[in-house]
Write a protein that binds this ligand. Structure first.
Ligand code: GUN
Ligand code: ZN
Length: 438
C-alpha cells in the first residue's frame, strides 16, 4: 500500500494524566501529521518533520483544523442488543427477562445475525469507535457473523460466544459441553484471523451452572492468553440471587475467583457494589472493572465508585464502556459525558484529559493491547478518529470562546456525538466517509 500523510492537530497519551495541568502525560501537535503505510503508523509528529521524512509525492489528506486522536475503544457492549436499546424497564433483571433475552433469541437466525453485524460495524465507525469488546449471543453463528464482518472491515475486535446454561429462555441455553465445544470452535475459526481476538464469555453467574463455570475455567487454562469477560456486581437483586445460587462462595467476586476467572485479561462489567474484600481480590489479580456510565444510569444500577477503586492502597484497574444495549449511546464522547456526571454526584472530578485518556490509551492498557492500539505511536495500527468541536451550530457557537485544549476536549465530550466524528480510519483506511448511510 502506498503511504499516506494525514495532517491535522494530533493528540496522544503516553500515560494517565495526574491532573488537568499534567501536560507531560500527552503529546499534542497544533500542526501535526501521521505517516501511515500498510495499516501502520510509520511516523507521528510536527507536520514539517513528518513531511520531510516522507517519500516524494506522498498522498496528503488535510484534516485541519480538526483534531486527530487514536480511534476510540469501547471495552464492553453487546452486539445483539442494538434493538434492545431504549427499552423501558425498572431494573436490570426485568430488562433482561422482558426485552433482552427474547431479542437475543432472534440470533439463532444466521441472516439476522449477519444483518445486525453489518449495522453494528457501521455504528461503531460512525461514532469513531475502532475497537470494541463485544458479547455475541449464545449462538455460535452470531460470533461467526461478528468476526466475519470484523475481518471484512479490518477492525481490531475482541468478542466471544456467550456461555449460558440456565435462568434464561430455552432458545438461549447451551450446555456445559456445547459451550466448551463451540467456544473452542470460535477460537479455532477466528482467533488471530485478521485483527480478531476471541474472549471466553460466560455471561454471568446467574446464567451459568457451576458445571459451566468449570468449563470456563478449563478454557482459561487451555488458552491463558485469551480475554475473559463477564458481569459482576451490577445490581443489588442480581448480587443477592447470585449468592443464593453459589452459597459456598464468600461473595459475588469469589464465585469467579473459585472458577479461576480472575486475571489480567479478565474484564468484569459494572463492579458497582464491590466490598473491600472483593476490590482487593480484583486488584491482586490485575482484573479490570469496566465502568458503563450510561447503562448504570439507565438501569438505575448505581454510581460506579471510580476514585474509590483506583485511589486505594490496592488499586483496581478500570476501563470504560458503552454497554450497548443497557447503555443509551454508541458514542464514547456521550459515555464519558455521563461518566463525568456520575463522578460529580460523588463529589469527584473527571477532567477532560482523564476522559480522552480513558477512551484511548487507558482502554487499550485495560485490554493489554496498547502495543497495537490506543496511541499514535509509530509501529502501532493506524486506527484514528478525527474530531470537529464545531460540528453542530450549538457547538460552533460554544467553540467561538474555546481557548485551550482542555476546553476543546470538554466541549467535545459534553456536546459531541457521532456528528463530531469527521472521519474514522481503520488500519489506515477511511471508514466513516465510505459508509452507505453516512
Ligand atoms: N448481566 C448479564 N447480562 C447482561 C446484559 O446483557 N447487560 C447488562 N447490563 N448486564 C447483564
Ligand atoms: Zn453487559
Amino acid at each position: 500500500m502506498t503511504p499516506t500523510l494525514i495532517r491535522g492537530r494530533t493528540l496522544s497519551f503516553n500515560r494517565a494524566p495526574e491532573s488537568i495541568d499534567d501536560s507531560a502525560a500527552y503529546a499534542y501537535e497544533s500542526d501535526g501529521a501521521l505517516l501511515v503505510e500498510d495499516g501502520v503508523i510509520r511516523a507521528c509528529g510536527p507536520y514539517a518533520t513528518v513531511k520531510a521524512a516522507a517519500p516524494e509525492g506522498v498522498e496528503e489528506i488535510d484534516h485541519r483544523p480538526h483534531l486527530i486522536v487514536p480511534g476510540f475503544i469501547d471495552t464492553h457492549l453487546h452486539f445483539p442488543q442494538m434493538q434492545v436499546m431504549a427499552s423501558y424497564a425498572a431494573n436490570l433483571l426485568e430488562w433482561l427477562n422482558t426485552y433482552t433475552f427474547p431479542e437475543e433469541c432472534r440470533f439463532v437466525e444466521t441472516a439476522h445475525a449477519e444483518r445486525i453485524a453489518v449495522r453494528f460495524f457501521d455504528e461503531m465507525v460512525r461514532h469513531g469507535t475502532t475497537t470494541a469488546t463485544a458479547y455475541c449471543s449464545v449462538h455460535k453463528a452470531s460470533a461467526d457473523a461478528f468476526f466475519a464482518e470484523s475481518l471484512r472491515r479490518g477492525t481490531c475486535m475482541v468478542a466471544g460466544k456467550v456461555m449460558m446454561d440456565r435462568n434464561a429462555p430455552q432458545g438461549l441455553l447451551d450446555t456445559p459441553q456445547m459451550s466448551y465445544d463451540e467456544t473452542r470452535a470460535v477460537i479455532a475459526d477466528w482467533h488471530g484471523k485478521g485483527r480478531n481476538h476471541v474472549a471466553i464469555t460466560p455471561r454471568f453467574a446467574i446464567t451459568s451452572t457451576p458445571e459451566q463455570m468449570e468449563v470456563a475455567k478449563s478454557l482459561v487454562r487451555e488458552f491463558p492468553d485469551l480475554h475473559v469477560q463477564t458481569h459482576l456486581s451490577e445490581n443489588r437483586d442480581e448480587i443477592a440471587f447470585t449468592c443464593e445460587l453459589y452459597p459456598e462462595a464468600k461473595d459475588y467476586t469469589d464465585v469467579y475467583a473459585r472458577h479461576g476467572l480472575l486475571g489480567r485479561k479478565s474484564l468484569f462489567g459494572h463492579c458497582i457494589h464491590l466490598s473491600e474484600r472483593e476490590a482487593d481480590a480484583m486488584s491482586e489479580t490485575g482484573s479490570v472493572a469496566v465502568f458503563c456510565p450510561t447503562s448504570n444510569l439507565f438501569l438505575g444500577s448505581g454510581l460506579f465508585p471510580l476514585r474509590a477503586l483506583t485511589r486505594r492502597d490496592k488499586p483496581v484497574r478500570v476501563s470504560v464502556a458503552s454497554d450497548i444495549g443497557g447503555g443509551t449511546s454508541y458514542s464514547m464522547l456521550k459515555t464519558l459525558d455521563e461518566a463525568y456526571k456520575i463522578l460529580q454526584l460523588q463529589g469527584e472530578r473527571l477532567n477532560p484529559f482523564d476522559s480522552f485518556y480513558m477512551m484511548t490509551r487507558g482502554n487499550a492498557e485495560a485490554l493489554s493491547l496498547v502495543d497495537r492500539i490506543g496511541t499514535l505511536e509509530p509501529g502501532t495500527d493506524a486506527d484514528l478518529t478525527v474530531l470537529d468541536m464545531a460540528a453542530t451550530p450549538a457547538m460552533a457557537l460554544r467553540a467561538e470562546v474555546v481557548n485551550s485544549l482542555a476546553d476543546e476536549l470538554f466541549l467535545l465530550q459534553t456536546m459531541g456525538d457521532d456528528r463530531s466524528i469527521v472521519e474514522a480510519y481503520v488500519a489506515g483506511k477511511p471508514a466513516k466517509s465510505v459508509l452507505a448511510i453516512a
